[in-house]
Design a protein around this ligand. Structure first.
Ligand SMILES: Nc1ncnc2c1ncn2[C@@H]1O[C@H](COP(=O)(O)OP(=O)(O)O)[C@@H](O)[C@H]1O
Ligand SMILES: [Mg+2]
Length: 334
C-alpha cells in the first residue's frame, strides 16, 4: 500500500489547482505495507500486532475494502462486519436510535430485523438513557459500545476489530471479548488488532507481526507475541514512556525475628520482578490480586501485583527492594 505524502504546503484550493496543472505539486511516496502475503482460514481468530504506525489499521482497511491496495490483491469470502474507526458509519447529528437503523442498512439488514433487535442492541451497549441523544454528544466509550453492539448483532462471516475497543472500560472489553468468543464458536472469522499480549494469546489462535509495513512473522499467536515482545522494535516503543509504580502498604514484625512488608507494584508493560539483594535473607511472595480491577493501559498486559516480602530482622538495615521490568530497574530503600 503506497501513500502519497504532500511535501509542500498549499493554502487554498485555487493554489492547489494552479500548482497541479503546472506540475508544481510534489509528493513523496511512502509504502505503508509492502510484500505482505498470508492466508486466514475460515473460522480462525487472527491478530495483527506491531508498534504504532506499522500498518495494522491500513491492512484492516484493505481487507474491509475501504482502501484499494496499490499493488497486490486481497480476496475475501463472506460478509464483513468492520469495526475499524470509531464512529465510522455513524452520522454525528443523528441520535443513537437513528444511527442504529442507518448502520443496520449499511450492514444490509432490513428495518424489520433492526426493529426486532433494537432492544438487544441497546442493552448490550448500555446506552438506553441516551437513545435519543445525537451521537456527537456521546463519549468515545459509548460510541465504541454502540458500534460493537450493532456490528455483532447478526453473525457476520468475518469480524474486523481495530483498537477501538480499547477506549471502552475494562468490564465492557471483557463483554465484547465474550461476544467475540461466541461468534467464533459459531464459525465467524475474527481479525483483531490489539496491543495486549494477554488478550491476543487468549482470543487468537494465529497472529501476524508487522514491523514498519513488513511482515515479520505469521503463525501461532503465542509465538508471534513472543517474537515481537523480544524485538528491538518493541523495546523502543516501551522505553520512552514506561515506568514502575509501587506502594508499600505496611511493614510490621509479627514475632521479633522477621519483618513482613506488603504492598503492590505495577508496570504498564510486562511483569515487575521484585528482587532482594543477595546479602539479605528473606523471600518474596507474589500475590496476584484478583479483587483489584487492574488499571488497563492500551499498551500492556494486565498487571497489578500485590507482594509480600518476609525478611530477617537482622537484615533490615541494609534492606533494599529492586523492582525490575523489561526496561527499568528501580531500587527502593525500605
Ligand atoms: N491516508 C494516509 N496517508 C498517508 N499516510 C498514511 C495514511 N494512513 C496511514 N498512513 C501512514 O501509514 C503508516 C501505517 O499506519 P497505520 O496503518 O494507521 O498503522 P497502525 O494501525 O499499525 O498504527 C503510518 O506511518 C501512517 O502515518
Ligand atoms: Mg491503528
Amino acid at each position: 500500500m503506497k501513500f502519497s505524502l504532500a511535501s509542500e504546503r498549499v493554502d487554498s484550493l485555487k493554489e492547489y489547482f494552479l500548482k497541479k496543472v503546472s506540475h508544481r505539486i510534489h509528493s513523496d511516496d511512502f509504502w505503508a505495507l509492502k510484500d505482505i502475503s498470508f492466508k486466514i482460514s475460515k473460522g480462525d481468530s487472527f491478530a495483527l500486532i506491531g508498534s504504532n504506525g506499522s500498518g495494522k489499521s491500513t491492512l484492516l482497511k484493505i481487507i474491509a475494502g475501504v482502501l484499494e491496495p496499490t499493488i497486490g490483491k486481497v480476496s475475501v469470502r463472506g460478509a464483513i462486519a468492520p469495526l475499524i474507526e470509531l464512529g465510522a458509519g455513524f452520522d454525528p447529528d443523528l441520535t443513537g436510535r437513528e444511527n442504529i437503523f442507518l448502520n443496520g442498512a449499511i450492514l444490509g439488514h432490513s428495518k424489520k430485523f433492526m426493529l426486532e433487535k433494537y432492544d438487544e442492541i441497546m442493552d448490550f451497549a448500555e446506552i438506553k438513557d441516551f437513545e435519543d441523544v445525537p451521537v456527537k454528544n456521546y463519549s468515545s466509550g459509548m460510541m465504541a459500545r454502540l458500534g460493537f453492539s450493532i456490528a455483532t448483532i447478526s453473525k457476520p462471516d468475518i469480524l474486523l476489530v481495530d483498537e477501538i475497543l480499547a477506549v471502552g472500560d475494562f468490564a465492557f472489553q471483557r463483554k465484547c471479548q465474550d461476544r467475540m468468543q461466541k461468534l467464533m464458536e459459531g464459525g465467524t472469522t475474527v481479525v483483531f488488532v490489539s496491543h495486549s499480549f494477554s488478550d491476543v494469546e487468549r482470543i487468537c489462535k494465529h497472529a501476524a507481526w508487522i514491523n514498519k509495513g513488513n511482515l515479520e512473522f505469521v503463525g501461532d499467536s503465542k509465538e508471534a507475541c513472543n517474537r515481537y515482545e523480544h524485538s528491538e522494535d518493541y523495546l523502543k516503543s516501551l522505553s520512552a514512556s514506561d515506568d514502575i509504580q509501587y506502594n508499600i502498604d505496611s511493614i510490621w514484625s509479627p514475632n521479633g525475628r522477621e519483618t513482613i512488608i506488603q504492598g503492590w507494584a505495577y508496570s504498564k508493560y510486562g511483569n515487575v520482578n521484585i528482587l532482594l539483594p543477595s546479602n539479605v535473607q528473606g523471600k518474596v511472595d507474589r500475590v496476584e490480586r484478583e479483587d483489584v480491577v487492574a488499571i488497563k493501559h492500551l499498551n500492556g498486559s494486565l498487571l497489578d501485583c500485590g507482594f509480600k516480602i518476609i525478611v530477617n530482622n537482622k537484615d533490615l538495615d541494609n534492606l533494599k527492594l529492586i523492582l525490575k521490568n523489561k526496561v527499568h530497574t528501580l531500587t527502593i530503600r525500605v
